[in-house]
Write a protein that binds this ligand. Sequence first.
Ligand code: GLY
Ligand code: MN
Ligand code: MN
Length: 450
Amino acid sequence: MQKEFERRRAQLMRMMGPGAIAILPAAPIAMRNRDVEHRYRPDSDFYYVTGFPEPEAVAVLIPQREQAEYVLFCRERDDEREQWDGSRAGQQGAIEIYGAQDSFPIGDLDEILPRMLEQCERVFYAMGCNPDLDRRMSEWISKIRSQSRSGLEGPLEFIALDHYLHEMRLLKSPAEIRAMRTAARISAQAHRRVMQGCRPGLREYQLEAEFLHECGIRGARHQAYPSIVGSGANACILHYIDNNDAVEDGDLLLIDAGCEYDLYASDITRTFPVSGRFSESQRVLYEAVLKAQGAAIDEVRAGNHWNAPHEAAVLVITEELVRLGILRGAVAQLIEDEKHKPFYMHRTGHWLGMDVHDVGSYKVDGEWRLLEPGMVLTVEPGLYIPAGAEGVDKRWWNTGIRIEDDVLVTEAGPEILSAEAPKAVAEIEALMAAAPPRIAALSARSPAPA
Ligand code: GLY
Ligand code: MN
Ligand code: MN
């Protein structure tokens, strides 16, 4: 894997050219509450270039510099701190394990980095992402400028490093695709477990716990985002994460959950009946969304533009809403007037990668970008009809449905990385009917949420 990080640095430096410097900080540690830190998660850009997992570090790339092109500032070894917090690479580790050509203690940054900066004409830096480094950067630059009478020019140009890095991150390498396939497979298995574990009377958080358990025992120790587990009316709240209510017979359950594996995200939504059997009106709406998703996935092809899957989903959703009598009028006019929006108010997907809403621009020169092999995106149409929805027959109320898969663009067409999570009505009902009564005993007397 170190070779892959080295290739990325080389690609970035080729693009930067001589006379340039790139500066990338590690993510700061985030506090959860007094004395308790959030578990550390490296910044995706920093990790993409360095593979270095520790906080308090700054990577510097200076193409064609004689002494060292790649310099890593990081924490020093410290026996006492390591006794408490675990081992640190230190300067020697930065070089020997992580491929830096030179390394200095992070405490020396203010002394050493300005001297590197003053030799360079162009600075590649993501302004606005790290307030502490932004401030120090502007101090270093003003200091260099104040010395202009002694002949120091300093950098003339500032360039948004994130833009270049994000274009690289948008196209996944074979190793990245392997990690994403693993993440999606683990999440798919966890979705199966949730379907099999679902019983009326359980709390939404108990189903979340089923999901987390399956991911954890399969080696995915972190989630790409907080799980959304909403039954009945809760399924209509797009970012519902309370996950506190009891799930009831007759309701649909929407679970949007995905693990992170090796710092790569998965993002899968499934919607299924708590009882194990769809009612007629639930099935009809569910199949409308499934049809829209199928049409959208079919548009995930190299050469199609980014918005083609969304347009396909909106067309099917609108046609289906007309067929079911929820919308009335001519489909083309309804689409032009965006009449689907009260029921389908989000877009059909986003890039997926190290971040769940991954980086990379959606437009190039003002036009939707064309899909290329190696890009990964989600396809996630939905229908949301809360109680009281105006002009909508009561039998459709309290229904929130989303079906979300992770799709890789390949030369041969769309590859659904999350295909192992069932989504056909018959498949879901069969899986739920075959469910072992593993957690049924927990059902009626579930502990109230803390
Ligand atoms: N889980 C976040 C999303 O679907 O975009
Ligand atoms: Mn998503
Ligand atoms: Mn999602």
